[in-house]
Each structure stands twice: as structure tokens, then as C-alpha cells.
Unconditional design. Sequence first.
Length: 357
Amino acid sequence: MDTKITRMLNIQYPILQAPMAGGPTTPELIAAVSNAGGLGNLGAGYLTPEQLRHAIKEIKQLTKQPFGVNLFVPEKSDESEDTISQMSDYLNKYRVELGITQNPIIPKASESFYEQVQVLLEEQVPVASFTFGIPAQHIIDSLKQQGSVVIGTATTVDEAKQLELAGVDAVAAQGSEAGGHRGTFLKEAAHSQIGTMALVPQVVDHVSVPVIAAGGIMDGRGLAASLLLGASAAQMGTVFLASHESGAHAVYKQKIVSSHEDATEITSAYSGKAARGIRTKFMEDMQQFSGAIPAYPIQNALTKDIRQAAAKANNPEYMSLWAGQGLRLASERAAADIVRQTMDQALNLIKNLKYEM
Ligand SMILES: Cc1cc2nc3c(=O)[nH]c(=O)nc-3n(C[C@H](O)[C@H](O)[C@H](O)COP(=O)(O)O)c2cc1C
């Protein structure tokens, strides 16, 4: 299937496996998707420059096809010491429950955006995508100059227009059904929750670069619908979380394949930034907290030890279980089967459209 995105990215099918930071997007998953004709994407937001280079080298050994790497555009957060220590004290009850040390020193982020970008340039990655904002002009320019296709993430038409103005080659339009963090960067997250069905055609009408639909797309019906809405590809996250090659924790995978469309909620309890995930005890309990939740990335750093201890104890209630609203359509399969089945179903639907309606 030939679209603006398949031509631009030099791939066979208009299917992007969403970048998913935090472990799910293993080199094996990325390579399996790229080798099957889609575009595998590494969620590298939390990786140190060394880890990032290592992962890229591993991907290159597993596939000769194009692949992408995704980074978080950094944002400043200046929370008061009071807000931070109030939260850290509150979180101690979970630490007690999980048997870990109380009041940890906030770990300094080990990832550095500019060094991460340097790795992308040196490794000449085929596709570089960004979320949480617009990278500085010189970053977009140098990535494009060395041959990378640059993709930005938008949750509103205004964000898409600003990304286009900054020179990105394509825009991922992320609807509110989407799992994981919202890419919102202009307005409050609560005012930027537009469903994929409404967002995609409006973005398509207001930018001239190709649009990639994301959020709740789980199969060929979602892909066909995205193309009919004017998108040139679909970016799918949740469906690949349950794949054999995904690095998601076993308990998390189990939750993905057994939860329903009403199981998720958008929360900032885990990271200080709005993200959609399966409802947990931690999310519900944090609603009782009367203070302010420190903004990303501080809250993310504050809860890191809790999430890690919960994962070790196979306790999903304190883990972040990012997932979109398409949950009932997820099943454990090989990533290549997801690409092939999605493509077959979409092609069949498009071919038979006039007879089915
Ligand atoms: C576990 C998880 C982690 C994610 N991490 C990232 C990320 O690092 N960068 C990014 O641009 N998007 C990230 N996303 C959002 C995806 O790019 C995409 O918008 C979303 O998965 C689409 O919705 P779906 O999950 O319903 O398919 C993540 C999504 C999930 C489920």
C-alpha cells in the first residue's frame, strides 16, 4: 500500500509501532515490525546516551529496514522544596508497604536531551520523532540535513501547525484514546483531549505535511478508518504492548489482554504529566492527596523506586500500566502477525467498502 508516509519513510505498509519509553520497545520488537514492512520505533526518552547508542546498534544488527527513535523534548520544572518534600513524605506509605527505603534522594535524571540528539546524528537514524514539544530549530535542521525524517507529536490543530512551521516532515496526531503520556505542549492537558476521529481530519485540513493517526487503533478497521480520515499511516502502541517481542512486564501484559475499554483513565499521579493508563490502586489513592503533584519530570523521579519495587514484587497496583482505550482488541501475538493481520484486514475492508456499507 502506497501512501505519503510509506514513500517518505521507505516502508512497505503504513503501520508504525509506537515508540514506548520504559522498556516495551525492545530491539527485537522494533526489528520484527520493520522486517514485517512497518516502522518499528524505539521509545528512548528515558535512556542514557550510552544505552541509546547500544540499543540502536542492536536494532541495526537485527534489521536492514528503516526504524525510528523517539525522544522527549525537555521542559523546565521549578517546584518548591516544600511541594517536593510534601509529596515525598506522602509517598513513604507506599515505600513502607513495598519494603523499600523511605525518603530517597531524588535521583538526578541520567538522560540528557542534547547528548541523546548527538547519538541520533552520529548513528544516522532513519527516523527521529519527538513528543512533549518542539525541538530547537538547529536540532530539526541538523537531523534533516543528515537524512533523518523528523516527526513531531500534536494533540491539537494548533500544535500541529506549530510543528509544521518548525519544519517537521510529518505530524503524529495523538487522539485522547491513546495510551501513555499525552504529547500536549501548548495548552493544559485537560483542554487538549480530542478523540482520534475528530482530531485527525481537522489536523489533515490544517497542515500540508503527512499526518499519522494515533490513539485507539488496534486492527485493520482502525487503520482503514485512519486512511479514510485523511491520515497517511497509523501509529499503534497498545496492540504491540501485548506482542511476544514486547518488553512489557508479564503482569502488565496480562492486564493488557484482560482489561476492557472502560479500564483506563488519564492521570498525572505517576509522573506529573497527563498519561492514559489502566486504573490502579495508586491512581485512585493519589486522588486523596490534598497537595500539589510536582510537575514532570520531578514526580516521575519521585515515584521511580515505588514503580520498580512494585514490578519486582509482581504487584500491578503500584506500577504504571500505560494503555489506550482499545484494550479489548489486544491479544498476545507475534509482532509480525499484528502487522500482517492489520494490513490484510485493512486492504480487504477498503476493497470491499462499497459492498459492506
Ligand atoms: C506504554 C506506552 C508508552 C508510550 N511512550 C511513548 C513515548 O515514549 N513517546 C511517544 O511519543 N509516545 C509514547 N506513547 C504514545 C504512543 O506514541 C501513541 O500515541 C499511543 O500508543 C497510541 O495509542 P494506542 O496506545 O491506543 O495505540 C506511549 C504509549 C504507551 C501505551
